[in-house]
Design a protein around this ligand. Structure first.
Ligand code: MG
Length: 265
């Protein structure tokens, strides 16, 4: 995959009438926090995103698996769209918050699952149960590979049996590296990108540019490429994906965004 500092990519960024960025947070704009509960705002990043968003021909949307309240605390910047929990919770440019589904519809199952998963994880120290409100996730990053496989397999079975009993087809499981998450089906970045593009239309010639680092972003890449946008894979997890270009780290992302701003000044 070519680096995003390639002259063809930079040429495209420089000459676009307008650019609409969709930016993932963890692993893309910032290094991963020690635990997903941690909120450590980064002043340099806040200033960069502020500067990016203040360009007249640039629009910024943050699209994260974190809950919206985290994103608001990490990036206290007005005038950008913020999509939390993969887009279930959305803060519009005018500051108003909208939800794609009813909270009360999803909590009974998640509360029940929370009890079961908490029991399952008892005595297994390498795991972290995260209740994001709209979704429930197990992170096993400090577990051994074998233990992670076993526990996540059982967690998956428990979730499936609850989901089978639940009315409608509201929920889905989302896996990842030592990771499992149960949440509403509409909580995915692809449907969120499509929802945002159709609900909050902007400059019709805007070049859509998506930066993300993992499989939760990968699903949204398609939506961007359908609009002839630019997909940027960050880090090593999507190294072999057919993104348009690649940046090695959040630090490289920041330098690249700065270069884009400066080339358009
Ligand atoms: Mg990420």
């Amino acid at each position: 995959m070519i680096p995003c500092t390639d002259e063809h990519i930079l040429y495209k960024m420089h000459h676009a009438d307008a650019i609409w960025f969709f930016l993932d947070y963890d692993g893309t704009l910032a290094e991963f926090a020690p635990t997903p509960e941690e909120i450590i705002p980064d002043q340099a990043l806040i200033e960069l995103i502020q500067r990016l968003a203040s360009q007249p021909d640039i629009r910024v949307t943050i699209i994260s698996g974190r809950r919206l309240a985290h994103i608001q605390a990490l990036l206290p910047i007005p005038d950008i769209l913020k999509a939390g929990t993969y887009g279930i919770e959305l803060q519009k440019m005018d500051g108003e918050t909208v939800h794609q589904i009813e909270y009360g519809d999803i909590r009974p199952l998640l509360d029940e699952l929370n009890d079961r998963w908490r029991q399952l994880l008892k005595g297994h120290n390498g795991f972290f149960l995260e209740d994001k409100g709209w979704t429930l996730a197990i992170h096993g990053k400090d577990a051994t590979e074998k233990e992670a496989n076993e526990i996540l397999q059982r967690a998956r079975q428990q979730a499936n049996s609850l989901m089978e009993q639940a009315p409608g087809d509201l929920f889905r499981l989302q896996g990842g590296h030592r990771f499992l998450e149960c949440g509403p089906r509409s909580a995915d970045k692809k449907s969120t990108v499509e929802h945002i593009l159709s609900t909050y239309p902007w400059h019709k010639n805007a070049l859509l540019v998506y930066l993300g680092d993992d499989d939760k972003d990968e699903v949204a890449f398609e939506a961007i490429q359908e609009h002839r946008g630019v997909v940027v894979a960050v880090g090593n997890r999507l190294r072999h994906h057919t993104a348009d270009c690649w940046l090695p780290s959040p630090q490289a992302v920041r330098l690249w965004l700065l270069a884009v701003i400066e080339s358009r000044a």
